[in-house]
Design a protein around this ligand. Sequence first.
Ligand code: ATP
Length: 276
Amino acid sequence: MNRMTPAHTDTALAFPAGSGETLLDLNEVGHTYRTRDGGGVEAIRSVTEQVRKGEFISILGPSGCGKSTLLMMIAGLLPTTRGAITLGGDPVLGPDPDSGIVLQDAVLFPWRTISRNIQLPGEIAGMPAAQRQARADELLSLVKLDGFGGAYPRELSGGMQQRAAIARSLMLSPSLLLMDEPFGALDAMTRDEMNVELKRICLEAGATVILVTHSISEAVFLSDRVMVLGNRPSTVREVVSIDAPRERGSEFVTTPAFGAYVGQLRALIGAEGEHA
Ligand SMILES: Nc1ncnc2c1ncn2[C@@H]1O[C@H](COP(=O)(O)OP(=O)(O)OP(=O)(O)O)[C@@H](O)[C@H]1O
């Protein structure tokens, strides 16, 4: 299985979004939760979509429509009850080191230094110590935490902790990075800064990313394509391509194109959908 190679800036930037081969294939994927009374909650009815190597995809939709459910199925943390998912051509049947995941809470171990937190997936995978440390140093630099490897999580701000969590998710160079509201707990200004950073990190790492967010503006800022889900039981309402240069600075949000995409997505989601 091809793995994303870290920090190959030139290659990643020269590589236009979605020109690569299919990495992730969702084929009529659905999930119905079984309830204790023997009934069921159909969260996702049917999603069919292909994600190509190097793409950044956001999933938007009304609260409770099944965004996290879909992400957990892609991560192999929740089984599909309908359809099938393949990653790099292989069926997703359980958690796979080829998928890295970042959640709203950074979930760093407080008794481990930042470097040792970042190295954890490498330790679990049996990576030799020297190789782990070298990779952690590389990642600390990628997420601009040079010099903080020996610090403990409590010594870092929320945004810095999330950057450490992103670095940890990249430890095993996964093909796919899955993110569920990674900056949802941060204040608005830090969140904007983190989005600029995330865009840079993903382009430098050549990452393929699927992001669940409630924020329309975040989705437009970061994505090559935005998948809009409808109300539960969900299907894909529309997939909107964001036709803008892949390298985006904070000035992108002031452009008419940005405003037009935000308006289009807000109309698609409807009043119940979202905030920004
Ligand atoms: N373990 C469970 N058992 C039964 N129903 C569940 C379970 N987990 C989630 N659900 C239901 O499935 C639906 C989809 O939940 P999910 O968390 O995927 O939605 P979401 O779009 O991520 O929500 P939000 O935007 O509010 O975070 C919801 O109606 C939820 O109540």
